[in-house]
Design a binder for this molecule. Structure first.
Ligand code: MG
Length: 460
């Protein structure tokens, strides 16, 4: 288990747990790790719009330079822009200073591998080991690294997107888009992209501001009230909101209806597999509407453990045509293997143009499932055994069609599924269930929660 890196890199409150000493140490550990295999590593570093971006960028850069890495500062950029630069410009590694959608007092450090994907757990563990052992290998005085500045990352990224979609087709439609960048890093890319796609734009909170004055930067319905109101008011074709570092996008249809990320993800999967099928990848938690549309196109779905780096890596291994998470993180391999909100915007517009349909019509064609979520207590030391016992007990149960132990225990039953997943930090299981019938979804979650509770009782 890693101690510093969570599901999305290292995060904390600035000058409390996220401070210069930590960033410097992580920089030295990161550089030491790179130097094990690369003589003179080249590392790209970028930040989101938070007020502590310079503080942390300079501290981690100093650590990298001290170990003999050459650091290239790409400035203020969305996370997927940095990832694309790492891949296209052959950097050995990338650092993004961001706390994504967290409140403004937070900041974080996230690692990018040379192929542009997020760091795997293995690399994070190696860096942590060096950090805690303080086994830094500092460079000789004449071998310390250099620092240079490169401001071409955004243009490179925009070109990448424009080459990956049918620009002329989108331009013809002259879409009107209400864009809400939430004062985040997306402000530097999305307005330019939409202009290049011939769209009329109504901007909301598209000025960079690390205090996030517009609204909380998580694109949840409660934070997007202005956008939801503005889309029908302006008679726009759609609305879109990005999270703080612009790797995720959430859409609003022309009627002002908030579209949950599972539907957008399924829409992406549908059109990625529509011509030739192919493999689509998503975590076990994703709604079955994803599976339905892919299977209808004779494609195949692979379910992974939760986490976008895992999804991306399986996509590469399996030569997948599409993947992502249902939080608005869509991954388009024709661009890059990471969640990419600007690419999602361009692709959704392309689908609307190709199909000549309104966004609400496209979303209505995606099957609808009812979701039920509930928590239950379980001591940490019993979690493994509880999952194993559930899997064993239900294998002979005729009502269980399939047992999937990829991440937690997922039971496919008639008319739905239920997933019991242990929390990594709290003494609880999260129980998710899904069915086209609302009552059935609830009944499934409660039935298997009861089973798990009985197992826990018998274990004590
Ligand atoms: Mg994010």
């Amino acid at each position: 288990m890693t101690k510093l890196f969570g599901t999305n890199g290292i995060r904390g409150v600035v000058n409390e747990d996220m401070n210069c000493n930590l960033a410097l140490g992580i920089g030295m550990a990161w550089g030491t790790n790179l130097k094990k295999t690369i003589d003179r590593p080249k590392v790209a570093i970028g930040t989101d719009a938070r007020l502590s971006n310079h503080m942390l960028k300079n501290a981690i850069s100093a650590g990298l330079i001290a170990t003999g890495c050459d650091v290239v500062d790409v400035g203020l950029v969305p996370t997927p822009t940095l990832q694309y630069a790492v891949k296209e410009k052959n950097f050995d590694s990338g650092v993004i200073i961001t706390a994504s959608h967290n409140p403004p007092q937070f900041n974080g450090i996230k690692g990018v591998a040379s192929d542009g994907t997020e760091f795997s757990k293995d690399v994070e563990e190696e860096i942590e080991k060096i950090y805690f052992e303080e086994s830094f290998s500092l460079a000789d005085w004449k071998d310390v690294g250099n620092l240079s500045i490169w401001d071409g990352a955004i243009d490179l990224y925009l070109d990448g997107i424009l080459n990956a979609v049918d620009v002329d087709l989108i331009k013809e439609k002259q879409f009107h888009v209400v864009l809400d960048c939430g004062n985040g890093a997306g402000s530097l890319v999305a307005p330019i992209l939409l202009k290049k796609l011939g769209c009329k734009i109504t901007e909301l909170y598209c000025e960079l501001d690390g205090t996030f004055p517009g609204h909380n930067s998580e694109p949840l319905p409660e934070n997007l009230g202005d956008l939801i109101k503005k889309v029908p008011e302006m008679k726009a074709d759609l609305g879109v909101a990005q999270d703080g570092d612009a790797d995720r996008a959430i859409f609003i249809d022309e009627k002002g209806k908030y579209i949950w990320g599972d539907k957008t993800l399924a829409l992406g999967a549908k059109y990625a597999t529509i011509e030739n099928g192919g493999i689509a990848v998503t975590p076990v938690t994703t709604s079955s509407c994803f599976d339905d549309v892919v299977k209808e196109n004779n494609g195949k779905v692979i379910h992974t453990a939760v986490g976008s780096p895992i999804v991306a890596r399986v996509m590469i291994e399996k030569n997948s045509v599409f993947g992502g998470e249902e939080n608005g993180g869509l991954i388009f391999p024709e661009m890059q293997y990471c969640r990419d909100s600007a690419m999602s915007i361009a692709k959704i517009l392309e689908i609307m143009a190709k199909e000549n349909k309104k966004l609400s019509e496209l979303i209505d064609e995606i099957p609808n499932y009812e979701v039920f979520k509930i928590k239950m207590l379980c001591p940490h030391d019993k979690k493994e055994l509880v999952m194993k016992t559930i899997a064993e007990q239900t294998k002979d149960d005729n009502s269980v069609i399939e047992v999937d132990e990829t991440d937690g225990v997922k039971l496919y039953v008639k008319g739905g599924w239920v997933l019991m997943r242990p929390s990594g930090t709290e003494p609880i299981f999260r129980v998710y269930s899904e069915s086209k019938d609302k009552n059935r979804a609830e009944e499934l979650a409660l039935k298997y929660k009861k089973l798990a509770e009985d197992i826990i009782k018998n274990l004590s």
